[in-house]
Design a protein around this ligand. Structure first.
Ligand code: SPV
Ligand code: MG
Length: 294
């Protein structure tokens, strides 16, 4: 019997495998299950979404161990790999290498870190994004790689030079340096609706390590264009959170207004869906095995 590859190896294959792969945002155990149920091969544990789902801002208001606790629920609930948004690594190289060890111990397949300073601000907010020095960030990547407890754990280095308005040369310089430092892939991020700067980067970069794209703002760009540009992995970064906000608002508003469930019942997931997502059947079956002596 061939053994199932580890979650680490599964994520590495998504990054390095042929063609373009896709991972989908989740922010808790339930949304992670829904991503797997939809057929995705991997999960993006979005910092923005995990923060928002807990009612806080995407400014490192959650501690890294609180994020780890959420990740544990997500990982336990699913069999596909998780790439976690590790923000800036929650400090310097020392904080990051400890994070990497803990992620490996909890079977989280990879982490993406961005070259900004702690505490970070979401890339789509404000104009004053401050980048960390290249050398400092390279040290962080090296420290992470030196401390990973599984060979196929992935560190994805996210370049914020275009977000910070520092230009294409700076973005390319950083991509080279991060690949040299041992990053397994890079993210080139953009907040523009027009994909030009992303496509230019993809043309100029030698793709020595895989490129990951997050087309949240340039969502009108056909996926085939990103494929042809050489994207190895595309992240749908926050769309489960955003769809849940819309659905919850609609249901709450309807109930507040009409004070009856009559119109709502057919608009929400059946209760049985909730039980089956939580695998209630497994417990019933276990009870016949383990409580039968009672
Ligand atoms: C996230 O999902 O938290 C991200 C992606 O970092 S973005 O919001 O596009 O910066
Ligand atoms: Mg984030």
């Amino acid at each position: 019997m061939t053994e199932k590859p580890s979650k680490f190896t599964m994520l590495r294959s998504l990054l390095t495998g042929p063609g373009t792969n896709f991972i989908m945002e989740a922010h808790n155990g339930l949304s992670a299950k829904i991503v797997e149920e939809a057929g995705f091969d991997g999960i993006w544990a979005s910092g923005l979404s995990i923060s928002a789902a807990l009612g806080v801002r995407d400014n490192n208001e959650l501690s890294w161990t609180q994020v780890l606790d959420v990740l544990e629920f997500m990982s336990d609930a699913t069999s596909i790999p998780i790439l976690v948004d590790g923000d800036t690594g929650y400090g310097n190289f020392n904080n990051f290498r400890r994070l990497v060890k803990k992620l490996c111990q909890r079977q989280i397949a990879g982490v993406c870190i961005e070259d900004k300073v702690f505490p970070k601000t979401n890339s789509f907010l404000g104009d004053g994004q401050q980048l960390t020095e290249i050398e400092e960030f390279c040290g962080k990547i090296k420290a992470g790689k030196d401390n990973q407890e599984h060979d196929d754990f992935s560190i994805v280095a996210r370049i914020e030079a275009l977000i910070a308005g520092r230009g294409m040369d700076e973005a390319l310089r950083r991509a080279e340096a991060y690949a040299d430092a041992g990053a397994d892939a890079i993210v080139i991020h953009s907040k523009k609706a027009d994909p030009d700067e992303i496509l230019t980067f993809c043309r100029l970069w030698d793709h020595r390590v895989p490129v990951v794209l997050i087309p949240t703002k340039y969502y009108r760009t056909p996926t085939d264009t990103l494929r042809e540009a050489g994207a190895s992995l595309i992240i749908w970064a926050n769309h489960n959170l955003r769809s849940s906000i819309q659905a919850m608002r609609a249901t709450s508003a309807r109930l507040k207004q009409h004070e009856t469930l009559i119109d709502v019942e057919s608009e929400v997931a059946p209760l049985n869906d909730v039980f089956s997502l939580a695998d209630a059947g497994e417990l019933e079956e276990a009870e016949t095995r383990y409580l039968s002596g009672q």
